[in-house]
Design a protein around this ligand. Structure first.
Ligand code: PY5
Length: 306
């Protein structure tokens, strides 16, 4: 039995709800060999009376665009996949916070690198999930591996193969005792974490690398830019140097899994006073309220499951 099937009962697989154990693939699956898949990470939050999926449609649109960038067709519309996501959560009857993982990949189509006409499979799984990074904050290392440049890979796609870059970067940070990695882009500017976007605060101004710095265009990044601006903060999308990262008053990560996580230390140097900064904490609190459905202004980002 798969360890996953202790956590969830049903998975949406190629158009229907199947038992968890049935959602399996063959070892000769193309994506297993060449990384030819695209995926999403989405969260659903249980607020005591209903479960709300955060920015569901935006995530599904990104999934479809990721497939377009890699060069295969998912074969389902955004609306069908939005409905399928809700359907699989309902089937499992979750009444707690969940993480949702849609994945579309090239299936059993041979060993050729030419994926033309190869079958595409798609699954959506949801399972109970808590924190991804230490909520109190993380210690990071600027690693030696650089973020793959967008002239080598369509880095705007959340594509499976690209994650080897994240895996080796995180491995380097962990082997040296850090919690998370920050990767520079090919030019030497700050790109992002292994699975998060990065923000800094300098002289009270919030800044984050632009989409031209080979980053994944994070949905939480977009959320934070918007709520920070709504709060009256100045937010710049601009290139950030390593020195700026090392001398910032505050540094934090954003991501679906990481949510908003304070960075307490970069390369062994404390960020600010080495504890979560006031702007980080304010945005983090606001974010928590939004996903719980407590902020009327941002309710359009939530899709109720029940
Ligand atoms: N950058 C990378 C490389 C990511 O993998 C992610 C998300 C982000 C940025 C943030 O994007 P978003 O805000 O849209 O989530 N990472 C996934 C997540 O679910 C997988 C992490 C293992 O957060």
């Amino acid at each position: 039995m798969s360890v996953w099937c202790r956590k969830l009962k049903y998975i949406w697989f190629n158009g229907r709800i199947v038992e968890c154990e049935e959602a399996r693939v063959h070892v000769l699956t193309h994506a297993l060999h060449y990384g030819t898949g695209v995926f999403e990470g989405i969260r659903g939050y249980w607020n005591g009376s209903n479960l709300h999926v955060f920015r569901l449609r935006d995530h599904i649109v990104r999934l479809v665009n990721s497939a377009k960038l890699v060069g295969f067709n998912i074969g389902y519309t955004v609306e069908q996949l939005v409905d399928a996501t809700i359907e699989v959560i309902r089937a499992n009857g979750f009444r707690e916070d969940v993480y949702i993982r849609p994945i579309a990949f090239v299936g059993e189509g041979g060993i050729s690198l030419d994926i033309t006409g190869m079958p595409v499979e798609i699954a959506i799984a949801a399972f109970p999930f808590g924190k991804y990074l230490k909520a109190e904050g993380v210690r990071v290392k600027v690693v030696s591996w650089r973020r793959v440049p967008s002239f080598s890979m369509p880095v705007m796609a959340k594509a499976c193969g690209i994650y080897l870059n994240s895996v080796i970067a995180l491995r380097e940070a962990r082997l040296e005792g850090y919690d998370e990695a920050i990767l520079l882009d090919w030019r030497g500017y700050v790109a992002e974490g292994s699975g998060e976007n990065v923000f800094i605060v300098r002289r009270g101004v919030i800044a984050t690398p632009p989409t031209t710095a080979s980053i994944l265009e994070g949905i939480t990044r977009d959320t934070v830019i918007r709520i920070a601006r709504d709060e009256g903060y100045m937010v710049e999308e601009r290139d950030i140097t390593r020195e700026e990262l090392l001398t910032a008053e505050e540094v934090f990560f954003t991501g679906t899994a990481a949510e908003i996580t304070p960075v307490l230390e970069v390369d062994g140097r404390p960020v600010g006073e080495g504890k979560p900064g006031p702007i980080t904490m304010k945005l983090k609190e606001r974010y928590q309220r939004i996903v719980m459905g407590l902020e009327e202004r941002y309710k359009h980002w939530l899709t109720p499951v029940y």
